[in-house]
Design a protein around this ligand. Structure first.
Ligand code: OFO
Length: 165
């Protein structure tokens, strides 16, 4: 049985994962609108992954006999200056998610809730992967700068990344 505060924190994380999904879906619309087809596909795929993150938490809360509660989800931004700004925003968002996961893990550990602590390890590893991935994409985009021709190839790379499992 989970402690009430732990349930509350996990429910907040469910909400944040929903927000992440909406954020990336909204970004995919921006990318599509600007002709970055690869980036749009990449963002769409990522939006689906975020829904999986949400579901994993939802199931865990439910399995432990607690009640997952869905709250209001903030509207994500929909205007961006450039492709690099979009990816910078994803990176900053992922850093925020990492902080939240760390806080959750800390709370679970200090309350001797080792089951939740163990459950959260998957998210700890996932956050490391996501931060690394987004950082590498930003580096690539920065490297080519405003060169439209080179950006076209970065976009093609993103299309390939979106196809990978
Ligand atoms: Fe992007 O990892 Fe969940 O939020």
């Amino acid at each position: 049985m989970l402690n009430a505060q732990m349930v509350e924190h996990l429910n907040q994380q469910i909400n944040l994962e929903f927000y992440s999904s909406n954020l990336y879906l909204q970004m995919s619309a921006w990318c599509e609108d600007k002709g970055f087809e690869g980036a749009a596909a990449f963002m769409r795929k990522h939006a689906i992954e975020e829904m999986q993150h949400m579901n994993r938490l939802f199931n865990y809360v439910s399995e432990t006999g607690a009640l997952p509660i869905l709250g209001t989800i903030d509207a994500p931004p929909h205007e961006f200056e450039s492709l690099v700004e979009v990816f910078q925003a994803t990176f900053e968002h992922e850093c925020l998610v990492t902080r939240k996961i760390n806080e959750l893990a800390h709370f679970a550990f200090s309350n001797q809730d080792y089951s939740t602590f163990n459950f959260l390890q998957w998210y700890v590893a996932e956050q490391h992967e996501e931060e690394t991935l987004f950082k590498s994409i930003i580096d690539k985009i920065k490297l080519v700068g405003d060169d439209g021709h080179a950006l076209f190839f970065v976009d093609k790379d993103l299309a390939e990344l979106a196809k990978k499992g």
